[in-house]
Design a protein around this ligand. Structure first.
Ligand code: FES
Length: 271
């Protein structure tokens, strides 16, 4: 928003400068009373005749010929008068409008490009797309317990769940947990992108859109989803839990899950 306003102000400033410059240099933009309009007299018939004679004489001189007078005698051609230089009168009204359109179009394009870039650029100040410090290790563990098995962190579009390496003998999540006792899951359903809520009764993640279900570690259990939930890397740095939402790690395949977690109760999205 700030970028857009700055670009808009720049565009207005450029237009103002262009307007001032045209006003300073082009009298045609301003009617009489504010600045005199200088007009050149139209050429008369005699002037046009004289120019024609001069052009004919020059042509004859170029071919080495002579001019024939009315009484039949010939005369050497007269040298052609030098062409009058066209007086420079500064930019025209058309130039002004062209310049104005160009500046306005450029400003609008720059505003649009700036706003788009600002929208798409990953946030580096604590939102999705940044390295998020979500709290101390003890605080996160308490929040997971208080949440019945998951801690939701909306700013990062993430769920944080407890991770026990003993339940992951193949270490398929070792590279994203980095020794932390937590795992961070992306809330977006890998089927068609709905946000997947936590089901209190089954203690699974269950998508309301088309019925996909994932266990507490976000592994595929049921429905049209092609794999388990995607996830983020997580680290514990100086006792602080940091979730890296700048990179999304693809979830495990349908058969790649390792947590054997039956539902704790009825499902939220069907039987
Ligand atoms: S979007 Fe989740 S099951 Fe379709």
């Amino acid at each position: 928003m700030t970028t857009t306003l700055a670009l808009f102000a720049t565009t207005v400033g450029l237009l103002a400068v262009a307007f001032w410059w045209i006003r300073r240099n082009n009298l045609a933009v301003y009617p009489a009373g504010r600045a005199p309009i200088q007009r050149r007299p139209l050429p008369t018939g005699c002037d046009l005749g004289a120019r024609l004679m001069a052009a004919t004489a020059t042509e004859a001189a170029g071919t080495g010929g002579t001019m024939t007078r009315g009484d039949g005698t010939s005369a050497p051609p007269k040298p052609m008068a030098p062409k009058r230089q066209k007086r420079h009168e500064g930019p025209t009204r058309r130039d002004f409008f062209r310049l104005g359109l160009l500046v306005a179009g450029g400003g609008l394009f720059a505003s649009f490009a700036g706003a788009s870039l600002g929208f798409l650029w990953p946030s580096l100040r604590g939102g999705f797309g940044a390295q998020l410090d979500i709290g101390g290790e003890g605080e996160v563990a308490d929040a997971i317990a208080a949440g019945g098995g998951r801690f939701e962190y909306p700013a990062g579009r993430a769920y944080v769940v407890a991770y026990d390496p003993a339940l992951d003998p193949q270490g398929i999540y070792a590279d994203i947990t980095n020794g932390a006792p937590f795992m961070a899951l992306y809330q977006r359903c890998v089927h068609l992108g709905c946000r997947v809520p936590w089901c209190e009764s089954s203690e699974w993640f269950e998508c309301p859109c088309h019925g996909s279900r994932y266990n507490r570690w976000g592994e595929y259990e049921f429905g049209p989803a092609p794999r388990g939930l995607d996830r983020f890397k997580i680290n514990v740095v100086d006792g602080k839990v940091v979730v890296d939402t700048s990179t999304i790690v693809t979830g495990p395949s349908r058969q790649g899950g390792t947590l054997q977690q039956p539902p704790a109760g009825p499902h939220c999205n069907g039987s």
